[in-house]
Design a protein around this ligand. Structure first.
Ligand SMILES: [Zn+2]
Length: 497
């Protein structure tokens, strides 16, 4: 087994055959440039005979001065090869069906296959191109015939033989056997091209390499026909870290390329997708977060930085005190132990309501908690809040406040429930301080309609004291009331003799 494995990327050809995906020549060029920076050895840019757009895309990429081989696909027929040659690639990837299932449909005999393949390969080589030959549906082809075709292609001058598992029916074991067998028949390097119909594309690709294949066909994010192809990011990371092999890939660029392909193709990435999925480096459970904070290797196979990513600590209901503390420290917030307990309590409460609590939510909650004075310094506290709103009713809020141990109730109407609630609070507290609202804004709203809302209020009293305070709740009325109560507590503390 050689140390270096060549990476043949077919995102722009097989990947583009993903149902519903079409890329413009310019978009293909953008991806090709990034693939080249990533360091793949071959970029299969398209199938020129298929359309004018394909021809233009391959030509654009061929002329971009990339380091990688630029490859064009062609059936083993003159018309296809001519179209491919016109787009000036380095390499022409010639394919022809070899399995009996396919031959029966196209009505070609095995003898004719040999003849067509040899003619096509010689034609490509006579024109000075690198030639990779694929016996299509190789994994369902009679083994003796597969060897015969491979040998015939080699004799005609092919530079590489690819073994495509066209319908994705191999297992690592059968793949290993097949590659070893073909390797006995030819001296030129062997490629493997695995489809993912049973979720085995990456495993089969690696098995092929173990058996001596020198090159792997892959696509970014594993996109491709049906269930897709072997994913570039998974094959490369496994080769580097599990098989201790080398490729030309700069892994730190993997994530940005994955995102580019996601954006341009419109094919989403499942959250738990290895390497590039949203959750691939996210930790939520308390035990895991605690471990990862002390030493990332406890629950991570490799560092996210290796593929250009950062670790994500999700402060869900499983997040422990330590995980939340770390998130806050990263934002420069150092709560007291009591404040931290209250923050943890509120985060878990949100989690129990089924909400995903993001880092931003945790920071907003922490800021609101830190603004809340400790119980012994609180002049007033909220006891009850009832709001009525809707169409055909006047928004009304009734508020019960505790002021130095005594309860006060008031109800007010307003233009909306927030307005009504703030007025009710002001009504109760008017004997303590005549406050007016100077500013009201909602600063951080993350995610969907159940997101945490952060409200900031600025109030002034009749003596010219001005304070601002925050509230953060998943309910915007509650967030507003919390901010107002915090502001009043601050103001009253300042007025105290
Ligand atoms: Zn394919």
């Amino acid at each position: 087994m050689s140390e270096y494995v060549r990476i043949f990327d077919t995102t722009l050809r097989d990947g583009e055959q993903t149902p519903g995906v079409t890329l413009t020549p310019e978009q293909k060029l953008e991806i090709a440039v990034q693939l080249d920076r990533l360091g793949v050895d071959v970029i299969e840019a398209g199938f020129p005979v298929a359309s004018e757009g394909e021809r233009r895309a391959v030509k654009l990429i061929s002329e971009a001065g990339l380091k990688a081989e630029v490859c064009a696909l062609a059936r083993a027929v003159k018309e296809d090869i001519d179209a491919a040659m016109k787009s000036d690639p380095t390499t022409i990837h010639v394919f022809f069906s070899t399995s009996d299932v396919h031959l029966r449909i196209i009505g070609v005999s095995r003898e004719e296959v040999i003849e067509k393949v040899q003619d096509a390969v010689s034609y490509v080589k006579d024109h000075g191109f690198i030639c990779e030959f694929s016996p299509m549906d190789a994994t369902r082809t009679d083994l003796a015939f597969l060897k015969e075709v491979s040998k015939a292609a080699e004799e005609a001058g092919a530079d590489r033989i690819d073994i495509p598992d066209t319908v994705g029916i191999m297992t690592p074991e059968t793949m290993r056997e097949l590659v070893s067998e073909v390797k006995k028949a030819v001296k030129i390097p062997i490629s493997v091209h695995c489809h993912n119909d049973f979720g085995l594309a990456v495993a089969n690709t690696l098995a092929g390499i173990e058996a001596g294949a020198a090159q792997a066909h892959v696509t970014v994010n594993g996109i491709g026909e049906r269930a897709g192809n072997a994913a570039l990011e998974e094959v490369v990371m496994a080769l580097h870290l599990l098989y201790k092999k080398k490729t030309g890939v700069d892994t730190s660029k993997i994530y940005s390329l994955s995102q580019l392909v996601r954006r341009l193709t419109g094919v989403p990435i499942q959250p738990h997708k290895p390497v590039v999925g949203d959750n691939a480096f996210a930790h939520e459970s308390g035990i895991h977060v605690k471990g990862v904070v002390i030493d990332p290797s406890t629950f991570e196979p490799f560092k996210p930085e290796l593929v250009g990513r950062v670790r994500k600590l999700v402060a869900g209901k499983h997040a422990g005190r330590r995980g939340i503390k770390t998130i806050l420290e990263e934002s420069g917030i150092t709560p007291t132990e009591e404040q931290l307990s209250e923050i943890v309590r509120r985060v878990k409460e949100l989690g129990d309501k089924g909400k995903t609590v993001t880092d931003t939510d945790v920071v907003a909650i922490a800021r609101a908690v830190i603004e809340t004075p400790p119980p012994e310094k609180k002049v007033l506290d909220l006891r009850e809040l009832v709001v009525v709103t809707g169409t055909g009713v006047i928004p009304t809020s009734s508020v019960k406040l505790d002021i130095e141990g005594k309860e006060y109730v008031s109800a007010e109407t307003g233009v909306g429930p927030v307005d009504a609630s703030l007025k009710a609070i002001q009504r109760i507290t008017q004997n303590l301080a005549k406050v007016s609202l100077k500013e009201f804004r909602i600063e951080a709203v993350t995610g969907g309609s159940d997101a945490v809302a952060e409200v900031i209020v600025k109030v002034a009293d009749e003596r010219g004291n001005v304070v601002s305070a925050r509230g953060a709740r998943e309910d915007i009325v509650m967030a507003s009331v919390e901010a107002m109560v915090n502001a009043l507590n601050k103001l009253l503390a300042r007025r105290a003799p």
